[in-house]
Design a protein around this ligand. Structure first.
Ligand SMILES: Cc1ncc(COP(=O)(O)O)c(C=O)c1O
Length: 925
């Protein structure tokens, strides 16, 4: 480390790893600017301050770059020597080249020699930069060898480090599929920092003895190192430390391929828990072996079996005597009218369109070849036991899972504001539905999620009524459209303590990306299932459980508080982990529209579910599944395994930048209030007490704590903005202001909020554009007010008041009518019976509520029961389902709604309800 690096404590700036890549880019750019200024100023006195600032920046960058292969440590020595010799002109030149190489990513394609400042090198980078500009994004590696970095953990001297690096460089061959460079770190902590801050690391070679502590003091690791006692670590053997490191790297970045090089007791090492190492090398193993093993490991993630098969197929000459005139473009290439379809899509998509399932391809309905492989890879990527591709969206994936697991009359506990596919799925499966209420956010006309207390209370009701056996499944949305995320593990733990074989279906339509970030991942269904399975198998858990049970058995089991007010633990001898997750891959990762996956972690899958699952899959899957969707799922999986960590990280960074601006910009704050964690999660569900992940003084440093502990957290990449102060409602704001004026597309609104979602494709540029638009709009609202007459101001005030104060409380689920219930003690209803009862016109009638007709019936003592789903958009969940009794609150809510789109409601006729006669003696349906 350079001696002049004592001027500032640079670590604080690195305290939180969330914004490290932005910090990296920004600091290099700022350094370049400072140097440019310094060179222009010459000897002026102001120059001294600049020199100091440059020193600080170089010091900070040296720490960051310690964890990256480019610029190398040698490059940095070169920078410092220029700085120390005050050769600022040359230093500026070198830094400029370096920044250009970082931005254009040319270092991924060829060696950038910073000691050379010749014109040729400059030209090459200029060409790179130009290519990048033309593409509108950083140059992709589509045709070149993809690049990655190999992390070596070993306590090496700088000279030894150079030797190792050189040795790996010498292995390179032009025919290699990938090219890589080497980053070396010298301690346990540094290895963890490296995998967190450097997304290029794809493989890790843990070598000989290395100390525990980093020379830096990075608080980013605080959360990850919790529970590790330094004392114990200091006394570990070499093997123990390596194994612990590998498990922690796996927890942070499970995709990284890890290898162990050991000189110690080989047999003793091999007999330990070395499951996270792909392979162990012994000291005498040569570099060639290591090199090829590493490349092979990377290749097994990079492969895309189905996409490759489809491309291969598209190149084969084939005669089509089958369906699909469009395959190979035949029906359009010679068309006089439809040729522009080819102009638009290009020929490849037609070459890849086929109804064949042989000739190297595969059948989705009975996969045996590349689709099977692609699904196995998906299971690996998402931490599932089995994964299945679905080509008709999660709407279909949900119905498949429900049908596979639920028989008619099985009881399903389900959040009422879940996606409509579930409600229809319940009808199809004949489930008896027990709706759970999410906590309402009345001020914003939206729901949160279902509190654990509510779930446990419902399960307890079933237990007390002797009906627990019939409860088959708990179905919840994780995360919700608005970004409320469950503590999945805690929910499963406590529910399994009451019902040890409960099946969980987590609708993670919006959460596929979460698997690829270490903060998000523990809140995914697959991770929680795997963690719990490991936990319940351990001796340590048995002991913990025995102690807990002893205390629990002293309490009164008939007292609700016994169950509801303490954390429950499942019996390890009875518990079965049975979790399913559905992902709209297309919503948050790379996939064509409708690309979805089902992920399974069910201990009983093979024995009890496989056959019905197959039937359910057959029920809902087209016999002509779209190959392009399947191929895109395959590529999406590969991309997520190769660069999901980087992309999600960048997504979080851009969202945090957007939030930071919105939190701190005075004019924006006046009209657009970003909802924080505390706005969307009531205090009783925030054990950590964290109100906002952002603090103007300390920055972004509270997210991990909330995510590790709280019952609910908000995904910061979904930015909900309350716009009530603009006097414009969510729907109008979306259409008239964002879309029509500025071409900004959003999806979700409530009466007084709009949701801006970032995703792995969101760039810093698009965030800057959005902010620019919001500032323009805020100014527009400002002028509107200033220029309004007194009556006009009254109107605006009235609208603002209505949008911020007059919000109808969101109604809870009322109840199913007795005609659709078998048990008066428990709440479930036979939704299917109600649904099909409405098919006969004589059983239903319309009643209007806008003219008081329906209210008169209700006040006369009639149970008015809905015969259909009634779904207003927004909020987009059914306020009424078939068989549900209409309550005063629901009517009030419907009357207060000022939306135009209400599915299942015809204003000129009213609500479709069952006749009293139909309810008195409902015929069998
Ligand atoms: C929670 C939830 N589940 C499922 C779906 C359906 O997903 P898809 O559009 O992939 O069919 C959606 C769609 O918005 C959703 O929000």
């Amino acid at each position: 480390m350079h001696e002049s690096s004592h001027t500032e404590t640079p670590y604080t700036a690195l305290g939180f790893y969330h914004k490290i890549s932005q910090l990296r880019a920004d600091t290099w750019n700022a350094l370049k600017r400072d140097l440019g200024q310094l060179v222009r100023l010459g000897d002026e006195s102001r120059a001294r301050n600049l020199v100091k600032a440059i020193d600080v920046k170089l010091t900070r960058l040296e720490i960051i770059e310690d964890y990256h292969a480019f610029p190398s440590k040698e490059d940095f020595r070169h920078l410092w020597s220029l700085f120390d010799r005050e050769e600022y002109v040359l230093l500026e030149k070198v830094v400029k080249r370096l920044v250009r190489a970082l931005i254009s990513e040319s270092y991924r394609r060829r060696h950038v020699d910073l000691s050379e400042t010749d014109a040729d090198a400059e030209d090459l980078e200029a060409l790179d930069a130009l290519a990048q500009l033309r593409r509108g994004h950083p140059a992709s590696n589509s045709s070149a060898q993809p690049y990655f970095e190999l992390l070596i953990v070993d306590n090496l001297s700088p000279q030894e480090e150079e030797v190792v690096r050189e040795a790996f460089h010498n292995m390179r061959r032009p025919e290699d599929r990938f090219v890589y460079d080497v980053v070396t770190v010298r301690s346990f902590e540094d290895a963890l920092i490296a995998v967190l801050v450097n997304p290029n690391i794809q493989a890790c070679l843990i070598r000989y003895e290395f100390p525990y502590k980093s020379k830096y003091n990075l608080s980013a690791l605080r959360n990850y190192l919790e529970g590790l006692s330094e004392k114990e670590l200091e006394h570990q053997t070499e093997a123990e430390r390596s194994i612990l490191l590998s498990s922690m790297i796996h927890e942070l970045r499970p995709e990284i391929d890890q290898f162990l090089v050991t000189s110690g007791d080989v047999e003793a090492t091999a007999s330990r828990d070395i499951r996270y190492f792909n392979r162990i090398f012994y000291r005498e193993t040569d570099y060639i072996e290591q090199h090829h093993t590493i490349l092979r490991a990377i290749d097994s993630r990079y492969r895309t079996p189905f996409f490759d098969a489809l491309r291969e197929y598209s190149r084969k000459p084939t005669g089509v005597f089958h369906a699909m005139p469009i395959s190979r473009g035949k029906s359009v290439t010679r068309s006089h009218w439809a040729g522009h379809m080819i102009d638009f899509y290009g020929i490849n998509i037609f070459l890849a369109e086929t109804s064949a399932t042989s000739g190297g391809l595969d059948s989705l309905l009975q996969p045996y070849g590349p689709i099977k492989k692609a699904q196995e890879y998906a299971a690996r990527a998402f931490g599932a036991r089995q994964s299945f591709f679905v080509t008709n969206g999660t709407s279909t994936a949900n119905k498949i899972v429900v049908q596979a697991l639920v028989k008619p009359r099985d009881i399903v506990l389900i959040d009422r504001d879940c996606h409509k596919s579930h409600h229809y799925g319940m009808v199809l499966a004949g489930a008896h539905v027990s709706y759970l209420d999410s906590y309402p956010l009345n001020d914003y006309s939206m729901y949160g999620a279902v509190p654990l207390h509510e779930i446990k209370k419902t399960l307890l009701e079933y237990k007390r009524a002797g009906e627990l056996d019939r409860v088959k499944m708990l179905l919840l949305t994780n995360c919700t459209f608005d970004g409320v995320v469950y503590n999945v593990r805690r929910v499963m733990e406590e529910c399994l303590a009451i019902k040890p074989d409960l099946v969980f279906l987590w609708d993670e339509a919006w959460f596929a990306f979460a698997t690829f970030n270490p903060t998000y991942r523990p809140r995914t269904a697959m991770h929680a299932a795997r963690t719990l399975r490991d936990r319940y198998r351990s001796e340590a858990y048995r002991e913990e459980y025995a102690a807990w049970k002893e205390e629990f058995d002293k309490l009164d089991p008939d007292d609700d508080a016994t169950w509801l007010e303490r954390r429950l633990m499942p019996d390890p001898d009875a518990v079965r982990i049975r979790a399913y997750a559905t992902h709209s891959t297309h919503k948050t990762l790379t996939s064509l529209r409708q690309g979805s996956m089902i992920h399974v972690y069910d201990q009983d899958f093979r024995q009890r579910v496989e056959a019905p699952f197959h039937e359910a899959y057959m029920t809902h899957t087209s016999t002509s599944p779209n190959y392009q969707i399947l191929a895109s799922l395959d590529v999406g999986r590969m991309q997520a395994e190769m660069e999901g960590f980087e992309l999600v990280h960048a997504q979080v960074e851009t969202a945090l930048s957007l939030r930071e601006q919105l939190y701190t910009h005075p004019l924006l704050q006046k009209y657009f209030r970003v909802l924080k964690n505390s706005d969307m999660v009531p205090a009783e569900y925030r054990e950590s007490g964290v109100e906002s992940y952002f603090d103007p003084v300390t920055g972004w440093n509270q997210m991990e704590e909330a995510w590790a502990r709280d019952e609910f957290v908000v995904d910061p990449t979904r930015v909900t903005i309350a716009i009530g102060n603009t006097g414009v409602d969510g729907d109008a704001f979306k259409n008239e202001y964002l879309m029509n004026k500025y071409g900004i597309q959003i999806n979700k609104t409530s009466r007084n909020t709009v949701l801006f979602m970032t995703n792995i494709g969101t760039t810093r540029g698009s965030i800057a554009y959005l902010l620019d638009v919001l500032i323009k709009l805020a100014k527009e609202f400002e002028y509107r007010w200033e220029e309004s007459s007194r009556p006009e101001r009254k109107i605006i005030e009235h609208r603002v008041h209505s949008l911020t104060r007059e919000l109808p409380p969101l109604p809870d689920f009322s109840r199913f009518h007795d005609a659709f219930r078998q048990c008066s003690e428990t709440p479930q209803g036979d939704i299917r019976r109600a649904y099909f009862l409405s098919y006969d016109e004589e059983h239903t009638e319309y009643l209007r509520f806008d003219n008081g007709e329906l209210q008169v019936e209700m006040r006369g003592g009639r149970d008015v029961v809905s015969a259909s789903f009634v779904i207003p958009y927004p909020p987009g969940f059914p306020v009424l389902v078939p068989g549900q009794v209409i309550s005063e609150e629901i009517l009030f809510f419907l009357q207060a709604l000022d939306v135009t789109e209400i599915h299942g409601y015809r204003p000129e006729l009213g609500l479709l309800v069952f006749t009293e006669a139909a309810l008195a003696a409902p015929p069998e349906t």
